[in-house]
Design a protein around this ligand. Structure first.
Ligand code: SF4
Length: 372
């Protein structure tokens, strides 16, 4: 089986072979209909799942369920983190699931050499982003990995279930700190099922498709601990990775000029969007004659992620394909749409900073207790 690196910034072009090779399930008609109020599922940006039905069947019958995902606090939210946040908050609201959000400051230290104080400062802003996007503070636990003795306990226990060869099969040949960070992430994913949080229950993990190795490892570890801890295999929904504005890799903090963050000013957005790669042709005449290629265009992606109205997205696509739309005017429209969205978001986020700080303090207390 092909290895897959969740720490790399490569962009996935062929989701079909990813789905086939790693046994991810596609969303069938029934699921698509049931979740059709999710704008990104409707637009085909969620490409598959593992055991989503297990989560839904419990959630729909009113049983307790949880959502978990996390963020490495090395900078402002970018569109990938926003997408994960949207999915978490959507499932939290729709199914009244408790939400767990892990701030991966241990991974930031190991992978980026970032100190814990900086991570805490960045985390407050990241959590304020979550609150501004709609996270329910009364039904959420937010914590820093470095405070979570419970998560470390789980990682330590899991380390007895794996060998380096097994981890190499899943992740490829990596530094041992990354393997350790993978075990800690499994601890995060299985945390909501510990008795400290009410015991075994279906847990859904919304993630970018490149994070599937963490899901496979966590499901394997849940299976190994089905008798002692009673863990159920975590479910997952996978969304497409967001293309960078340069068009050839995933949007990531490693390339700041090619990503849009929720902290960008109008000036930042202008600089980034107006110089973005497009799916346009080399001359106006060609564009009028052949039309553009929206499916290759990171500017079109901005409409998919920011425009609420499906009809407007379709109009942009049709005008692009038909050669009626030129890239200059299209970028200006995208700039106006994104900057108005982010201006509103930044106002809301500023009001949420104190609440975010309190939530982290409260969450850290909850994950400190031991033993399991
Ligand atoms: Fe992209 Fe718009 Fe140009 Fe089409 S017209 S290629 S959507 S920028």
């Amino acid at each position: 089986m092909k290895e897959f690196n969740p720490w790399a910034s490569s962009y996935i072009k062929d989701y079909d072979s990813l789905i086939t090779e790693f046994g991810i399930s596609r969303l069938n008609e029934r699921l698509l209909e049931k979740l059709s109020d999710n704008i990104y599922i409707r637009r085909g940006l969620v490409i598959g799942h593992r055991d989503l039905e297990l989560f839904l069947s419990h959630a729909e019958s009113g049983k307790t369920t949880s959502i978990i995902s996390g963020i490495k606090p090395t900078g402002a939210f970018h569109l990938g983190s926003r997408m994960t946040a949207y999915q978490m908050i959507y499932f939290q609201k729709k199914f009244k699931a408790s939400l767990f959000y892990s701030i991966a400051d241990l991974e930031a230290y190991m992978d980026n050499g970032q100190d814990f104080e900086t991570s805490k400062r960045v985390a407050i802003e990241n959590v304020a982003d979550m609150l501004a996007l709609g996270m329910d503070p009364k039904n959420s636990v937010v914590y820093m990995q470095s405070s979570a003795l419970l998560v470390s306990d789980l990682a330590f226990i899991f380390s007895d279930d794996v060998t380096v060869n097994m981890l190499r099969d899943i992740y490829g040949d990596r530094r041992f700190s990354l393997y350790l960070s993978a075990l800690i992430q499994s601890g995060d994913i299985l945390l909501p099922q510990t008795k400290n949080f009410g015991g075994p229950k279906p847990v859904l993990v919304p993630v970018g498709a490149d994070q599937d190795p963490h899901i496979r490892l966590s499901r394997d570890l849940a299976f190994k601990h089905r008798n002692d801890f009673g863990f159920l295999p975590p479910s997952a929904v996978y969304h497409k990775l967001i293309r960078s504005l340069s068009g050839n890799e995933k949007m990531s903090k490693r390339n700041p000029e090619s990503m849009i963050t929720l902290s960008d000013s109008r000036k930042d957005l202008e600089r980034k969007i107006l110089s973005a790669f497009t799916g346009g042709r080399s001359t106006v005449e060609e564009q009028r004659k052949l039309g553009g290629e929206p499916d290759k265009c990171p500017v079109f992606d901005l409409y998919l992620y920011f425009e609420d109205d499906d009809k407007e997205v379709e109009r942009v696509r049709a005008e692009c394909l038909g050669g009626k739309r030129l890239c200059g005017e299209c970028k200006q429209q995208a700039l106006a749409m994104v900057s108005s969205n982010l201006e509103n978001h930044q106002v809301k986020r500023a009001e949420m900073m104190d609440m975010a700080r309190d939530m982290i303090e409260r969450g850290n207390e909850l994950v400190k207790s031991r033993p399991l």
